[in-house]
Design a protein around this ligand. Sequence first.
Ligand code: MSP
Length: 512
Amino acid sequence: MERMEKFYVTTPIYYVNDVPHIGHAYTTLAADIIARFYRGIMGSENVFFLTGTDEHGANIAQAAEAHGKSPKEYADEVSPRFKEAWEILNIKYDFFIRTTDPRHEKIASEIIQKIYDRGFIYKGLYEGWYCLGCERFLTEIEMVDGKCPLHTTKDPVYQKEKNYFFKLKDLSKKVLEKIESQEYKILPLERYNEIVSRLKIGVEDISISRAGVSWGIPVPWDKTQTIYVWVEALLNYYTTIKFLDDKEIFWPPSLQLMAKDILWFHCVIWQAILIAADISLPKTIFAHGFFTLDGTKMSKSLGNVISPKQLTDKYGTDGARYLLMSQYTFGSDGDISVGKFSEKYNSDLANGLGNHVARILGLCQKYTNGKIPEIREDPDQHPLRVAVDRLTWKNSWHERDRLLKEFKIQESLQSIWSYLKEADNYINSVKPWELHEVGEIEKLNYALYGLLDSLLQVAWQIYPFLPETAEKIAEALGEEKLKSANPLDKESYTNVKSGTVLKTDLRLFPRI
Ligand code: MSP
């Protein structure tokens, strides 16, 4: 997956008429964490993180009509809701693609023409049940009591029309070959198995245009049809890279993230399109699971949909980020226990991290005049310092890096939190207050220096997950170089500087 020189990560582009909720946020946050992590080790200029909104298709045209707007007016009006949601969650993407961007439209149309010219598209008759919510035809097997299992309030419509077809059946053999030879990876393994077995059962050609849908990009050689919105949407990952100046070097994507609901589109249809257009394939496709809220599916009709804002209002930006990502293994299905949000916030953030930071700063307030203590000997040689080092350098951050490279977000958070526990135990065993009482000032200073330096490491480690908090901790320690500092790279990483006045009144995560 990893090309040392460039890292390109994508999220799905979300349907523009959806109101952003924590399901969308879950994927986008994961991408943000991974992008921030790679920016730390590769430099910001080598990382590109793309997200955006999916704005064509009959479903969106209908929503616009219901609001008495043209589809474009409507999309212009609602697309910023996603940007706002990402802003309050402190998600830093590099570009936000809207599929109504004329530059996307132009290149998408050129690619479809190229695929046509290369003989992968033909005209045929399509009939079947179409679900507007999913914007796709359903198979008989998928339907439950004649309805789409995901959109039970919108009946599928029987459609029969002359469409352009894409030779997916032929191409699927190549796709399977490339998956099995790991030319691109599908993760986690259970998803790989699912896709491979479904490919082995056999695949039919798919229709890639619509005669009855006018809100879309016209098929270049037949303006009576538009490109099927799913096919067009997938192209965004490539068109953006093409139309942005000097971003071509980012192709192909290092990592495409999404939930399992749209994995087939990404692992099979998207790859076949790229093969047909003679474009190189992404390196890794990772699908995470779906989550329930306190055991119940999140849905509008149940009224339990949570918006990012509801979370940040109560827990702050970093609180919301932590609560969303720390609940279950990234990659599996899971449950987000909203009922226990406050409890978890108090135990892990107010007590765990917040107390740990306040405790160390408090000790310095008491014993070192609120400054980073002077240490005379080489701190790396001192036994106490070595003990702190063992906690920070040898285990903890290596572990975080290893886990994050495998997209183990929750485990990676757990490894940092278990370090915090160890560091707290270290304070208990060194007992700075006793060292002070018996006048062992040099030892006391080494211990506190080591702990402050380890706090800088904590800041650096939590940065991808809790960027604001990390910056606050670094600032309290008088450090600015947080984002680029990397213990791996001795050039960029510095220890905390003796004599610095600490912000000892830093209070993170007020208790709820
Ligand atoms: N527009 C298409 C994607 C086109 S990509 C070329 C689409 N949009 S969507 O708005 O429905 O977003 C689906 C994605 O939202 C999922 O793949 C997942 O990333 C995220 N999630 C939405 N609800 C979710 C949960 N309840 N749980 C986990 N992820 C969720 O499909």
